[in-house]
Design a protein around this ligand. Sequence first.
Ligand code: DP6
Length: 330
Amino acid sequence: MITAKLQATALAHPNIAFIKYWGNHDDQLRLPLTGSLSMALDGLDTVTRVSFDPDLAADRFILNGMEQSGAALNRVVSFLDHVRRLAGLNRFAQVESTSNYPSGAGIASSAAAFAALALAASRAAGLELSEADLSRLARLGSGSACRSVPGGYAEWLPGSGDADSYAVQIAPPEHWDLVDLIVVVDRGEKAVSSSAGHKLAATSPLQALRIAGVPERLEQCRTAILKRDFERLAQVVELDSEWMHAVMRTSTPPLYYWTPVTEVVLWNVRAWRAQGHAVCATVDAGPNVHVIALAEDAAWAEAQLRALPGVLEVLKAKPGGGARIIDFSL
Ligand code: DP6
């Protein structure tokens, strides 16, 4: 009989979507209606340790030192069920996760959370998954997590089913030293989660139009990254963010994530670019703004952003790597 704990620890970064994921054709399996493309955020780390322990009578989930229950625990338990099924394992697990960035900073923490959990749990269970299979597994926990598995500049290939819906790295982090200045304008928990938002997307008459334009925008974004063409990137990143928020605002019921300060930041970023600075902006499912800048414009942009009324904090991230094991012991 095996009595030892099966344990592993993994680290993953969140990511910012340049071309957004918004809407599934299968919410259970998180099969998206379109591809999407992102940059992983270095220095923002989620570290997760999983131990499958024969002495446990139920799964436990401890987040930043606090024992979780309810919906947060259930989401982790369902995810662990996938891993147990894959590994043929019949044990409960203890999951301990910590992040070094504030949870109220409007950074989608589920991407880093499920990328780290997928890697730590699969290794702890004795599985050696390929990057694509790990990305597919992470996707079941949170769609955007599949892009945090390869890290760098990553594209989620939507595929047609579970087997071919995963993310690949299109360029490593060192390919282009962009900076993401995360402008915090509101620290509150968002009222409507991304998971709930994806389900509303189909109610917007604009969703079909948004979807029709995604292949072209993906192509533009991919090319801009590969050629390090900032102006092209700026156009397509801002356009794609506007499309997603247009869908959100025209859903039933409508989703309004922005505050007046969100608009102030966006307005200024457009003005600064018109003056010749390499900055552009994108907003995920929340009010905080991700200002993407060329490294040489980042310090200037950060100072400008900090001076805007209503800005609470500015976090800074360079392109980051993929999910990785930072300790493995059986
Ligand atoms: C607006 O991946 O958080 O950030 O699959 O339900 O966990 P779930 O949703 P999630 O959705 C991300 C939405 C987004 C855009 C993006 O990251 O592509």
